[in-house]
Design a protein around this ligand. Structure first.
Ligand SMILES: [Zn+2]
Length: 249
């Protein structure tokens, strides 16, 4: 056969040396959990597609990240977790019961492949916690500590929900001092308008909005402008296609 004189990926010992070390990248995966995807207690339309898109990104690019931090909302089963749960939620500051620690709803969506995740953080134990930076790992590490320890300079942010926990996590990442990129096709929001507003706010705060072409999410809720109540319908979005051409913003 001949001719294949060593693949650049597997042929030699120079792969690691080929990486410049002046840019260190993190991927922050926010709350891709059963209760936030189709069929969950607080289902966000497009959540399953986001889980699949992130998995596709990880299959192609996990090695491009120095650390991959994933968060889970992880509430207590008793009490209202500091006023976070309500029997009459306003979907702004109060929410139906969701992501109770150890339950199926709090587990990662099975469509999210987590093998490449290097750090798992838990947040919201007994209190509201929107940002991944409010969480801790089982050994007590915070996202800020992890990013600092690895000298991270750029953080890509993906997950659920654009207008709540993605927004809060990205703002905290910016405040931490790293360059933040929101991968807009790998986030899904509760409301279309509030998600668009969140992305505008993040861009104004210095985040870069990047469409990776990997996922099918629109970043701004369903992207159809229809059904303002779709956020609580477990079947919403299941049959919806995101690729309507000529979509008017
Ligand atoms: Zn919560």
């Amino acid at each position: 056969m001949g001719g294949s004189a060593g693949s650049p990926l597997f042929g030699g010992g120079f792969v690691v040396a080929a990486y410049a070390r002046n840019m260190t990248r993190a991927l922050l995966i926010v709350d891709v959990q059963n209760d936030f995807t189709e069929g969950g207690a607080l289902a966000v339309s497009g959540g399953d597609a986001v889980a699949q898109g992130i998995s596709a990104l990880l299959r192609e690019h996990a090695a491009d990240y120095d650390v991959i931090v994933a968060s889970r909302d992880w509430h207590e089963g008793s009490g209202d977790n500091g006023g976070h749960f309500s029997a009459d939620p306003d979907y702004v500051d109060t929410w139906p019961v969701h992501c109770v620690s150890g339950t199926e709803g709090a587990a990662y969506d099975p469509l999210l492949e987590t093998a490449a995740v290097t750090h798992h953080v838990f947040k919201g134990q007994g209190r509201p916690a929107y940002s991944l930076f409010e969480g801790v790992t089982e050994t007590g590490e915070t996202a800020a500590g992890i990013l600092s320890a690895h000298g991270v300079t750029t953080a890509d942010v993906v997950g659920i929900a654009t207008d709540h926990c993605v927004r809060a996590s990205a703002l905290d990442a910016i405040a931490h001092g790293v360059h933040v990129r929101i991968l807009t096709d790998l986030v899904a929001g509760v409301g279309a308008d509030s998600s668009a507003a969140a992305l505008a706010e993040l861009a104004h705060a210095g985040a870069e909005l990047v469409d990776t072409g990997t996922g099918t999410g629109t970043g701004t809720g369903t992207g159809t402008g229809a059904e303002p109540d779709a956020r609580t319908r477990p079947d919403a979005g299941a049959a919806r296609e995101a690729s309507t051409e000529g979509d008017a913003e």
